[in-house]
Design a protein around this ligand. Structure first.
Ligand code: SF4
Length: 422
C-alpha cells in the first residue's frame, strides 16, 4: 500500500501535524542530527554489503534522547471503563523508583527532551507524587500536559500555578449525560458524577488561566467491543457533550473514534464493527460533529482528531502503510512503570519495549536500546493495522534519509509559535 497522498487524505489536525512541529527550533536540530546518523548507518551497511563484511562497525548514534514522552506515573485507576484500551495493564504492582525517574527525566532533558504528557495506563493524579513531579518537570522548563479522568481536579488545581502558556489539561469524559458517563466509566467510590467533575474542573483555569482546558470524547458505537466487553454507545451525545463543555468553561472539546486492540496488541480503528454498518456509523458521527460545531465561537473550539478526520473521509487505511523503520520511536517514547515503550499504540507490548522504567537514567543505555529497536521493530508489519497519527512524519523522515536532497534545505525552519508535544 502506498503512503497517504496529500490530495486523497484528510490533513492531520494541527495538534497532530508532527511533520510541521518537527521543523520548529529545538526539534529541527536534533531531527537533522538523527537523519544524518541514519544516512551514515545506511551508507556504512551498503559499503559493508559490497565488501561482504558482516562485522563492519556502524557509526555511533548522536547524543540524543526522545524529544517528547508520554509519562505514565502509575497503572492505578479508580474507574473501570468498558472502552479502556489499556485494560490489561491497569492496577499492576509495578511502580516507578522516583529517584531513578527524576534522574532519567533530567538526563533526557539535557539531551533534547522538550515536552511531557502525563497520561495513562492509569490515572496520573492518583500517584502520591503527582504534584511534585509536575513541579519538577516545570523546573526543567519542559512543556507539560495532563490527561486525566477528572475525578481529582483539586489535585491538579493545587499545582496549576506551575503551568505556563501552551500547557494543557484534558479530561476524558466521553459523555453528555451522567447516565452515559456512569455506564461507560463505572467510577469506583462515591460522589463521582459528571456535574461534579465539570464544576470542579473550573478550579484549574481559575488557578491559572494560561492552562488550556479540554473535554475529550472518544466516540463509541453499538457493536464495538473490547475482548468480552460490549461497548456502551455514546455517539448520540456528541452535541450535548459540546454544549456541556462550553457551559462549564472548557476551552475546547476534542472528538476521536474508539480504537480496538488487535490480536498482536496494537490499537486499531475498526468502524466495520458497528452493528448498524460502517456507512451508517460514519453518517451518524458526521451528524454529531456538525451538531457539536453549532456551539463553536471565539472562546470554544470543536476539534476533530486526525483519526476522526480520516475515519470520516474513509481514508484511514492509507495511514496503515508504515515505512519499515519507524523513526518516530527515536523522537517520542512512552515511559511507564512497566518499562519504556516505543509508541503509545504499543504500550505494554513486549516487542515494543526498550527497557526498564529507569532506562534513560543511563543515557548511553537508552540510546543503544533505541538504536537496536530501530533495526528490530518492523513497523511495516507490526503497525500494518494501526491508523498511525505519525504516518506522514515517518514518511517525511524516511524520504530525508533515503533521498538525495540536502535535509537542511528540504526541512526549512518554521518559527511560528506552537507546542512541542509529539
Ligand atoms: S509506525 Fe506509528 S504506530 Fe507504529 S510504532 Fe511508529 S508511531 Fe507507533
Amino acid at each position: 500500500m502506498n503512503p497517504p497522498s496529500t490530495e486523497s487524505t484528510a490533513r492531520p489536525a494541527a495538534i497532530h501535524d508532527f511533520a510541521s512541529k518537527l521543523q520548529r527550533p529545538g526539534l529541527r536540530e536534533p531531527l537533522l542530527a538523527y537523519v544524518a546518523w541514519r544516512r551514515a548507518v545506511r551508507a556504512a551497511r551498503a559499503e559493508a554489503a559490497e565488501r561482504a563484511d558482516a562485522s563492519a562497525a556502524l557509526p555511533e548514534p548522536p547524543d540524543f534522547a526522545p524529544l517528547s514522552i508520554n509519562l505514565d506515573l502509575s497503572t492505578a485507576c479508580n474507574y473501570a471503563c468498558g472502552h479502556c484500551i489499556d485494560w490489561d495493564a491497569l492496577n499492576l504492582p509495578d511502580k516507578h523508583d522516583l529517584d531513578e525517574l527524576y534522574a532519567a527525566l533530567r538526563a533526557m532533558t539535557e539531551r533534547g527532551l522538550r515536552s511531557v504528557i502525563l497520561i495513562g495506563g492509569g490515572e496520573p493524579t492518583l500517584h502520591p507524587a503527582f504534584g511534585p513531579v509536575v513541579r519538577f518537570l516545570k523546573e526543567l522548563q519542559l512543556q507539560v500536559a495532563v490527561v486525566t479522568n477528572g475525578s481529582r481536579n483539586g489535585v491538579i488545581a493545587e499545582v496549576a500555578d506551575a503551568f505556563t502558556a501552551g500547557d494543557w489539561v484534558r479530561l476524558s469524559l466521553d459523555a453528555g449525560s451522567d447516565e452515559v458517563f456512569q455506564a461507560m466509566h463505572r467510577p469506583k467510590g462515591r460522589g463521582i458524577d459528571l456535574d461534579e467533575i465539570c464544576a470542579s474542573a473550573a478550579q484549574i483555569p481559575a488557578a491559572n488561566p494560561a492552562v488550556q482546558l479540554g473535554y475529550s470524547f472518544v466516540i463509541t458505537w453499538k457493536g464495538a467491543s473490547r475482548a468480552e466487553e460490549h461497548i456502551i454507545e455514546n455517539v448520540h451525545e456528541m452535541e450535548s457533550a459540546a454544549r456541556r463543555a462550553k457551559a462549564a468553561g472548557f476551552d475546547y472539546i476534542s472528538f476521536k473514534p474508539f480504537l480496538s486492540r488487535a490480536r498482536e496488541g496494537a490499537e486499531v480503528l475498526a468502524p466495520e464493527s458497528a452493528e448498524a454498518g460502517q456507512a451508517s456509523i460514519i453518517e451518524r458521527v458526521q451528524a454529531g460533529l456538525d451538531a457539536a460545531r453549532q456551539h463553536e465561537d471565539e472562546s470554544f473550539r470543536v476539534i476533530e482528531s486526525t483519526n476522526l478526520r480520516v475515519f470520516l473521509a474513509g481514508t484511514w487505511r492509507e495511514f496503515t502503510a508504515q515505512p519499515q523503520v519507524c523513526h518516530m520511536q527515536a523522537l517520542r517514547q512512552v515511559v511507564s512503570p512497566l518499562g519504556v515503550f516505543n509508541c503509545p499504540a504499543h504500550r505494554g507490548v513486549d516487542k515494543a519495549r526498550l527497557g526498564a522504567a529507569g532506562l534513560w537514567a543511563d543515557p548511553q543505555a537508552g540510546k543503544q536500546a533505541t538504536a537496536a529497536l530501530l533495526d528490530e521493530f518492523d513497523a511495516a508489519h507490526e503497525c500494518r493495522e494501526v491508523t498511525c497519527l505519525y504516518n506522514p512524519a515517518n514518511h517525511l523522515i524516511e524520504s530525508l534519509i533515503a533521498g538525495e536532497t540536502d535535509p537542511e534545505l528540504a526541512l526549512p525552519e518554521r518559527t511560528e509559535p506552537g507546542d512541542t508535544f509529539l
